[in-house]
Design a protein around this ligand. Structure first.
Ligand SMILES: Nc1ncnc2c1ncn2[C@@H]1O[C@H](COP(=O)(O)OP(=O)(O)OP(=O)(O)O)[C@@H](O)[C@H]1O
Length: 260
C-alpha cells in the first residue's frame, strides 16, 4: 500500500527544472532509497515533501491526504519527519534536551509552555522526557543522555539526529545522507539501526551516496538524474539498469556532475 505519493511533481528555480514531472510511490513499511548524481534533485524532493518548497506543478499526498499548502511543522505533525544532510544539533545542549526539542515541536506543549511549566503541561513534559529516553534507548544513546551534544562522536551525533526525528513516532522517516562522513564501523551500526526502526513499522525513505549501504538495506531504489526519475526497482534491477550505469554508476565510482 502506498503511504506517500508524488504525482507529476515539478519544481523550477528560474530556468532550472530541479525536479521534473516525478511520479513516485513510497510503500507502507518499506525501505526506499533515492539515489542520483550530485545536483540530481534528491534533497529538493525531500524539501518538497516536508513543505520547505512548494511544487511548481503536481501534488504530494500522505495516506491519500494532499500536502499542498501544509506548513512544515504541520507536515511533521501529520507524520513525516526528517534528518538533514549536514548535522543540525544544539551543540551546547545535552543529548536528552536535543531529543526533547524534537518532541516539543510536535507536541501540544510548545517550547514556551515547557519553559513556563504550566501545571497541566507538567504531565506532558514528563511524557516527553519518557518518550525521548525511549528514542535514545532505541538509538543506543541513552547512556550519553547528560553529555553535551558537541562531545559525541560524529556517528553518535548522526544517530542523535535520528532519535530526535523519531521521538514524535512518525509514519515515515526521511534520512538525507545519514552515512555522510561516517567510518565503516559507524555505517554498519547505522544500517542496523535503520532496519530496527523499520521493524517498528516506520517507513524509511533515504537519500544516500554510499552504494554499499544503499544496496545493503534498501528494498527498492529510485534513481534521479537531472531532476527526472530514470529508474525504479529492486537493488539488483537498478544496479544493472543501463540508464543508471550511464548516469553515474559508471566504473563503480561516483561521477560528480554539478549542473551550472
Ligand atoms: N533554492 C534553490 N534555488 C535555486 N536552485 C536550487 C535551489 N535548491 C536546489 N537548487 C538546485 O536544484 C538542483 C538540485 O539540487 P539538490 O540539492 O536537490 O541536488 P541533490 O541531488 O540533493 O545533490 P547532492 O547529492 O549534491 O546533495 C541543483 O542544481 C541545485 O543547485
Amino acid at each position: 500500500m502506498s503511504l506517500l505519493s508524488l504525482n507529476n511533481v515539478t519544481i523550477r528555480f528560474g530556468g532550472l527544472t530541479a525536479v521534473d514531472t516525478v511520479n513516485l510511490e513510497v510503500k507502507q513499511g518499506e525501505i526506499l532509497a533515492l539515489i542520483g548524481p550530485n545536483g540530481a534533485g534528491k534533497s529538493t524532493v525531500f524539501n518538497l515533501i516536508t513543505g520547505i518548497y512548494k511544487p511548481t506543478e503536481g501534488e504530494i499526498t500522505l495516506a491519500g491526504k494532499s500536502l499542498a499548502g501544509v506548513p512544515t511543522h504541520k507536515v511533521a505533525e501529520m507524520g513525516i519527519t526528517r534528518t538533514f544532510q549536514t548535522i543540525r544539533l544544539f551543540t551546547e545542549l545535552s543529548v536528552l534536551d536535543n531529543v526533547k526539542i524534537g518532541a516539543h515541536c510536535s507536541g501540544k506543549a510548545g517550547l514556551f509552555h515547557a519553559l513556563t511549566r504550566v501545571p497541566g503541561m507538567k504531565r506532558e513534559e514528563a511524557e516527553i522526557t519518557e518518550k525521548s529516553l525511549e528514542a535514545l534507548q532505541f538509538l543506543d544513546l541513552v547512556g550519553k543522555r547528560e553529555e553535551l551534544a558537541k562531545n559525541l562522536s560524529y556517528g553518535e551525533q548522526r544517530r542523535l539526529e535520528i532519535a530526535r526525528a523519531l521521538v514524535s513516532k512518525p509514519k515515515i522517516l526521511l534520512l538525507d545522507e545519514p552515512a555522510a562522513g561516517m567510518n565503516p564501523q559507524e555505517k554498519v551500526v547505522l544500517m542496523d539501526m535503520i532496519r530496527k526502526i523499520r521493524d517498528t513499522g516506520i517507513t524509511i525513505f533515504l537519500v544516500e551516496h554510499d552504494m554499499k549501504l544503499v544496496m545493503g538495506i534498501s528494498e527498492r531504489i529510485a534513481v534521479l538524474d537531472y531532476g527526472k526519475l530514470i529508474a525504479e526497482g529492486l537493488p539488483q534491477e537498478v544496479r544493472s539498469n543501463k540508464a543508471v550505469i550511464e548516469a553515474y554508476l559508471g566504473s563503480g565510482k561516483f561521477k560528480s556532475r554539478i549542473r551550472r
